[in-house]
Design a protein. Structure first.
Length: 497
């Protein structure tokens, strides 16, 4: 899908031109209140309750044009807030629900560059549709608007920078959604790697792909073990963005299981549907790096995409097999459906060897995350400072994170009689998300000089990477692109430190 054209125009509300003019309504204890750049719209003031408008999030109502010959007018609910997440969701709610128009103009309470960017991002993201596999072209009445305009008073140079940043963020999330939506018959380790190479080379980034032979030579036992059961072998992709003068280095490690049957620990049929989503972490790591590179942020970033297909076959790993991971640590596989942590372990060791300032891994890792936190909060574990920084970045991005502990006593649960550690304990249903984090922590290297562990954060996006509920804000059904906005914001913070 191509993003709509994004614009920022400094013009009074009454002079707005387009097919649809969107004005915000805020929900307050005293009733709905118009929230437009000029504050009030006389022709609508006092009529909101009569129109049945409350200002609730996702609410959308059409009203008469403000002037003869002017654009149609829609009122969109902002909920109780006027912050960036509220603006982003309101704009996305409009473009998600309104189709078949050429242009939409947003007259929302935009006060600065950040709020203007939020509106543009939301509008672009709400426009998303994946039609690659539809047999017929979309009807004109179902197509998203081709042009999005935000009314805001910004200097030309600042407005241009905001538009570019919004396009970059929206394109990154669109890439994640496109990759996740692609059927596993077409997206497998080698084809994913090829797409990563094309995207990286378009920006003149350094990219390296390790195939099965290179993985065997390098000792990547986790990737080789998980990918052994498939006829389509595993890959490790390393993409590097290293701008001159960058002082900080951030590594991203993404789980890229392009389809997860569970291996010999086979999933039930219903649980296997949707397992093409199991590569969302790798897609997110790639998209974030590309976005940071496009914005030319002064921070070094390396993405490690751990790609494999987990299939049952005569060659597949068995429960009780022992794998020797990169770096030499041995793992007894007790559950072949706990495969994501195996490929991530190799990626974490590889990332640690470069001794970056911080490592963040992203993975659709455990169903237990949804049991613990539901489908709106992403579970995070690891370094307290890094966790606090990501939570803060998520506040502006509208993404919710919750830090879980990594108690030392859980390490005993992963004790193996024959290897250094087991990947799971079948039958154990307690603390599944934290247990996976405890396993991954074992593979994070030290900083070298003082022997302390490299600051590391684990994001378990299993419950938030896919919207299985009702559409809301800029989110339709399917992949959400969760984490992209927050990680871009975090990279920007790191670049300024």
């Amino acid at each position: 899908m191509t993003l709509p054209r994004l614009r920022i125009v400094s013009a009074p509300l009454e002079d707005a031109n387009g097919d649809l003019l969107v004005i915000g309504v805020r929900k307050t204890p005293d009733g709905p209140v118009l929230a437009a750049p000029a504050g009030t719209v006389p022709s609508l003031e006092g009529s909101l309750s009569k129109l049945g408008v409350t200002g609730a999030s996702d609410e959308l109502a059409r009203v008469l044009p403000l002037r003869d010959g002017g654009p149609a007018v829609a009122l969109v609910g902002l909920g109780e807030g006027l912050d960036e997440p509220a603006l982003r969701n309101a704009a996305g709610a409009v473009t998600r629900q309104v189709r078949g128009l050429d242009s939409i103009v947003f007259a929302l309470p935009v006060t600065d560059a950040a709020s203007a960017q939020a509106v543009l991002e939301g509008a672009a993201l709400g426009s998303y549709r994946f039609t690659e596999y539809r047999s017929a072209a979309a009807e004109p009445t179902s197509r998203p608007a081709g042009e999005i305009t935000v009314l805001a008073t910004l200097a030309d140079e600042e407005a241009a920078a905001v538009v570019e940043a919004a396009e970059t963020s929206a394109s990154a999330i669109e890439l994640v959604r496109d990759l996740v939506n692609t059927p596993p018959s077409d997206l497998y380790p080698a084809s994913f790697a090829d797409r990563a190479v094309r995207e990286a080379e378009a920006l003149r980034l350094e990219v390296e792909v390790l195939d099965e032979a290179a993985l065997a030579e390098g000792g990547y036992g986790g990737l080789l073990g998980v990918g052994r059961g498939s006829s389509r072998g595993p890959r490790l992709v390393r993409v590097r963005y290293a701008p001159e003068g960058a002082q900080r280095h951030l590594a991203l490690v993404g789980k890229g299981i392009t389809f997860d049957t569970g291996g010999l620990s086979l999933k039930p049929a219903a649980s296997m549907v949707g397992m093409k989503y199991d590569m969302t972490g790798a897609a997110t790591a790639l998209a974030v790096l590309l976005a940071v590179a496009r914005r030319e942020l002064p921070v070094r970033l390396t993405a490690w995409l751990c790609l494999a297909e987990n299939m049952p076959s005569g060659d597949a790993i068995r429960p009780n097999d022992v794998l020797t991971m990169l770096g030499g640590k041995t793992v007894e596989v007790l559950n072949t459906d706990a495969e994501g942590r195996l490929v991530l372990a190799d990626g974490l060791v590889a990332a640690s060897e470069e001794r970056p300032d911080a490592i963040i891994d992203i993975a659709t890792l455990t169903g237990a995350a949804k049991v613990a936190l539901g489908d709106r909060y992403t579970a995070i574990m690891g370094d307290d400072t890094l966790a606090s920084e990501l939570v803060a970045a998520g506040e502006g991005s509208g993404e919710l994170f919750w830090q879980l502990p990594l108690p030392g006593y859980l390490r005993e649960v992963l004790r193996s009689d024959v290897a250094d550690i087991a990947n799971a304990k079948p039958g154990n249903t307690a603390a599944g998300t934290m247990l996976a984090g405890v396993f991954l922590q074992e593979f994070v290297g030290d900083q070298g000089e003082n022997g302390e562990r490299i600051p590391w954060l684990h994001l378990d996006i299993a419950s938030t990477a896919n919207n299985e509920g009702s559409p809301r804000g800029h989110l339709g059904a399917g992949p959400t692109g969760v984490g992209v906005l927050s990680l871009i914001a975090l990279a920007e913070q790191v670049s300024q430190a």
